[in-house]
Write a protein that binds this ligand. Structure first.
Ligand SMILES: *Cc1c(COP(=O)(O)O)cnc(C)c1O
Length: 436
């Protein structure tokens, strides 16, 4: 049996110890020795088994997943996948970086100035911008700074819950601002806001119901209408858009965007970085310079500030332009069809598999009910678990007694990985060598 200290002295193993920590590597070495003791491998195969185990061992317990659900912004899978540029930026920012320093003068500078410049370049309608930890933090900062101890006027049709503990009324109440609900679930008019506004009003808030639609007998006051009211009473008008679209997207006609909201008269727009914007978790505050300045000076701003990794990834996301989320949303159904047909041919599934039409979804980012026409490979439902637990992990959609693989959100370069995973899921009895 190779001795532990010999195994740990192998060059690849010392290199891996830098990446994974010495105790982790030692545990893997012991596990390889145990396999030889149990007779699963020969003693001379222990170093190779250890090398193999090290290449599969990641520095985090988070497992990368191929998203074959067809849901573009999948909250349980970390929302937006980052672009290559944003990923590179994360690594560049991992060490010491000039996030709060001007290298030219050597003196301290405004934190995240390059990210702010990128946000303003991407949304010229905004006079200024502030980036915080996430959309919820942006809303808390805005309502605290503008309305703590006073009232936030908001329509009853916009008191949303977006999941994962975000309930707008509770969040606003937690800031010390009082919620002043106006209108009804389905209809709210400008006069409802007019009657509610008074000396106690801190701000007017309009919230985009980003994950549901109310159909039928409905009415709402527009931002432009609320602007006139806000002007009459010199009140700030805040629009929480959620999605993070900076400009209109014809594929998502009902989804509000920051440029249009600012043009319609919002003083401040609140949005997420990791929904339709396709960047890292972040909260964007965009709008009038004096309002942003007021928020940036509030003590709470320090508690919700964005970290250097998010600032770097957000800047790169905005500068690079096209991001995976946008590509996946706009994927050509014919291309998706031919990819799924190729997958069907490659998996050797016989009558167990079929190519079927499948609607993708925008997901947690917005666009509820917006159909994203595409295709899926239908497998027996029991394949879903094997795919989920495989390496790479593939997450399918389980629906109506079937396991559906939609390639919309799978990078095309990974199609062969998906095919191999499906073969393993359908033919678990084959040894790894028989899987090409
Ligand atoms: C998603 C969303 C938020 C919260 O943003 P997070 O980035 O998830 O914190 C707030 N408001 C609306 C309308 C949203 O859709």
């Amino acid at each position: 049996m190779p001795r532990t200290d010999h195994l740990l002295a192998l060059p690849e193993v010392t290199a891996a110890a830098q990446r994974l920590s010495a105790p982790t590597v030692r545990d893997l070495a012991r596990a390889a020795q145990d396999r030889a003791r149990r007779g699963e491998i020969l003693p001379e195969e222990v170093p190779a088994a250890l090398r193999e185990a090290l290449t599969h061992r990641r520095a985090t317990a988070l497992t990368p997943v191929l998203n074959a659900t067809g849901v573009v912004v999948h909250t349980n899978l970390g929302r937006a996948p980052l672009s290559a540029a944003a990923t590179e930026a994360l690594i560049a920012a991992a060490g010491y970086v000039d996030v709060e320093l001007d290298l030219d003068t050597g003196v301290r500078s405004r934190r995240g100035r390059a990210t702010r410049a990128a946000v303003l370049a991407a949304c010229p309608a905004a006079e200024d911008a502030l980036v915080v930890n996430n959309g919820a933090a942006a809303l808390v900062l805005a309502t605290t700074a503008l309305a703590a101890g006073r009232e936030v006027v908001v329509s009853r049709g916009e008191l949303i819950e977006i999941g994962a503990g975000f309930r707008l009324p509770d969040l606003i109440a937690s800031t010390g601002a009082r919620l002043r609900e106006v209108g009804t679930t389905n209809r709210t008019h400008l006069t409802d806001y007019t009657c509610a506004v008074g000396p106690e009003t801190g701000c007017l808030l309009k919230v985009h119901p980003s994950n549901f639609r109310v159909h039928g007998f409905t009415a709402e006051a527009t931002l432009a209408e609320l602007r006139t009211l806000a002007d009459e009473h010199r009140l700030p008008l805040v629009a929480d858009l959620g999605s993070g679209l900076l400009a209109p997207d014809p594929a998502l006609p009902d989804e509000p965007d920051a440029a249009s909201a600012l043009a319609a008269g919002a003083d401040l727009v609140v949005a997420s970085g990791d929904k339709l914007l396709g960047g890292p978790q972040a909260g964007l505050l965009l709008g009038r310079a004096e309002v942003i300045e007021h928020l940036a000076r509030h003590p709470l701003a320090r508690a919700v500030r964005a970290d250097k990794l998010a600032l770097a990834a957000l800047e790169a996301t905005l500068v690079a332009g096209r991001v995976p989320v946008v590509e996946f949303l706009h994927a050509d159904p014919e291309v998706l069809r031919s990819r799924v047909e190729r997958l069907a041919a490659a998996v050797d599934g016989g009558a167990q598999v079929a190519v079927v039409p499948h609607q993708g979804r925008v997901g947690g980012g917005g666009g509820p009910g917006v159909p994203l026409p595409g295709w899926a490979l239908r497998l027996p439902e029991c394949a879903a678990r094997a795919l989920r637990l495989g390496d790479p992990a593939v997450l399918a959609r389980v629906h109506d007694g079937a396991c559906l693989l939609d390639l919309r959100c799978v990078p095309e370069t990974e199609d062969e990985q998906v095919a191999a995973a499906v073969r393993r899921a359908l033919h678990p009895a084959l040894s790894p060598l028989e899987h090409p």
